[in-house]
Design a binder for this molecule. Structure first.
Ligand code: DHB
Ligand code: MG
Length: 219
């Protein structure tokens, strides 16, 4: 079996082929690091993946929950058409500031709006329909976010969620890891919901071992 180093090297190879150097994204990482934000944004390849998912469904209205410094927001914003719209919700005001700077730098301020607030409260205040909802905030909130995402996503639309494997912690969600409990409950809900078709893409690479859930709301 391949070791972690090989997974990282192949991830780097894939990223360099399909999500190579990008001045705006490089500055986004730099800006976040300088401001002391946690270094937990998507990898370049993961960013490319959510960008492609958004484009493939022709998403023109996207909701993101958990902006962090706006790295994933740039990827999603770039998938939008000229008249598209992205709303991203972030709890931490310092993150919101950085994300807004990053979106300005990316030329996406007109299309992409960052709302400061609690994910669940802000989702509850939004009106349907979104073509795509991307969840990447606190994982213990994922089950509740999913209920709102189901209300907000149009038939045929897409719900995606980062960090649903957590190095396998979802296999034995210990009572002391609310994130693993949340992710496991989310995965179970995704698998059993009559209105959804879903799968988890297990991912290994420069960000360790995790997974991206992808669900389609039935017509
Ligand atoms: C964490 C959060 C994330 O969204 C992520 O992609 C990786 C780690 C965390 O809170 O530890
Ligand atoms: Mg994440």
């Amino acid at each position: 079996m391949a070791d972690g180093r090989l997974f990282e090297d192949v991830d780097t190879y894939i990223n360099s082929l399909f999500a190579g150097p990008d001045a705006v994204l490089d500055r986004a990482i730099e800006r976040s690091a300088k401001a002391g934000l946690p270094d937990i944004q998507l990898t370049p390849g993961q960013g490319k993946l959510i960008y492609m998912l958004a484009k493939m469904i022709g998403a023109s209205r996207i909701l993101e929950v958990g902006t962090l410094g706006g790295y994933s927001t740039v990827w999603l914003g770039r998938a939008l058409p000229e008249d598209g719209e992205l709303v991203s919700v972030e709890l931490e005001s310092s993150h919101v500031q950085i994300a807004r700077e990053t979106l300005k730098d990316a030329g996406l301020s007109r299309l992409c709006q960052v709302i400061e607030g609690r994910g669940l409260d802000e989702m509850a205040a939004l009106d349907p329909y979104f073509d795509m909802v991307f969840l990447d905030a606190n994982k213990d909130g994922y089950p509740a976010y999913l209920r709102q995402a189901l209300r907000l996503t149009r038939p045929g639309g897409l719900i995606a969620a980062d960090n649903v494997v957590r190095e396998g912690a979802v296999l034995q969600p210990s009572k002391v890891d609310p994130n693993a409990i949340g992710a496991a409950a989310f995965n179970q809900a995704l698998a059993s919901h009559p209105q959804l078709e879903a799968i988890i893409l297990q991912q290994v690479g420069i960000k360790g071992h995790d997974g991206l859930a992808v669900a389609r709301v039935k017509d």
